[in-house]
Design a protein. Sequence first.
Length: 356
Amino acid sequence: MSGAATIALLPGDGIGPEITDEARRCLEVGMARAGRAVRFTEALIGGRAIDVTGSALPPATVEVVDGAAAVLLGAVGGPKWDAPDAKVRPEQGLLGLRKAMGVWANLRPVAPLPELADATPLKAERLAGVDLVCIRELTGGLYFGEPKGRTALDGGGVRAVDTLVYTDVEIRRVVTLAFRIAEGRRRKVTSIDKANVLESSRLWRQIATEVGRDFPGVTLEHQLVDSAAMRLITAPASFDVIVTENMFGDILTDEAAVLAGSLGLLPSASLGDGPRGLYEPIHGSAPDIAGQGIANPIGTILSAAMLARHSLDADDVARRIEAAVARTIADGYRTADLGGATSTAAMGAAVRERMA
Ligand code: NAD
């Protein structure tokens, strides 16, 4: 079909093929209803790619990704490829993909559905009105700074070092993204740092304040990461858009995931300079339930909605998918992780029925 957007579909390992199949079909239905065509090109990544080609990210996959408007990914990894002395690992596929795509921000929306309040360890009243997006800087900070490594100390002992580095450019682009996203939401950005201790955080705060001046309609607040961690549990509804550096984001996004009730429900997007993005559920390949048809596909289906919004300029399609997911849950459909017996396929079909 001419003019069709091409999506690279990378199912990966474990439950990946089961959940991406449902998400692909939901996106196809949504785009068709909007009168727009999408074409999926499947490629290998992770453990299956190692088995077939010896590489976790084969050149053929990079080629497919290069020609695509977006990437929809399942998950990678599993015990088969976990040997401590393994030379090639499935995770290398994911890291290589992020690098090849040049994505530098990871977005995780968390909007718990009221019907699932029982699935979370928090009191229902704490969850009322929670609708937030965590934006984590993905390519800078402590995980990538140089120098890093170990040196032997004279007279025995060893010293280890990691370095937390940020440039103004790296901070500005991710904070600007946070403000742009807040403009389409409740117009509030919480920038999280450790400015009372870290110089990199003081630069972060300075740049966030500068960027904020360009968005007079959006409120900016700064918060220290330790008290923000507490507030995520005690008053999560007080956040709209959170933006923070790599390691703080790594920790806080997992904490925020608890608010939703199951790992299986949460989507993510990794974005870079252009509209092209990488979309995947936040969970792993769940090898313990792979092949049984019982995995929850909602996190991947909602990732496909994010794909429509950020990479296909199809906010209407994203909203249709999200509304259908909410109705499916409200109508009582529950996969095993939510205490029910709905299969992966039945959950996907129920969402598609509600997209009509
Ligand atoms: P996991 O997220 O795969 O599973 C944790 C638990 O949550 C398991 O009990 C699993 O059954 C359950 N679960 C996860 N997703 C579910 C879903 N959609 N529906 C129902 N239940 C679900 O984490 P893990 O067990 O620590 O890791 C398993 C493998 O996945 C490892 O090889 C790990 O390296 C890999 N992993 C990959 C990614 C990724 O591809 N982005 C992320 C995390 C872990």
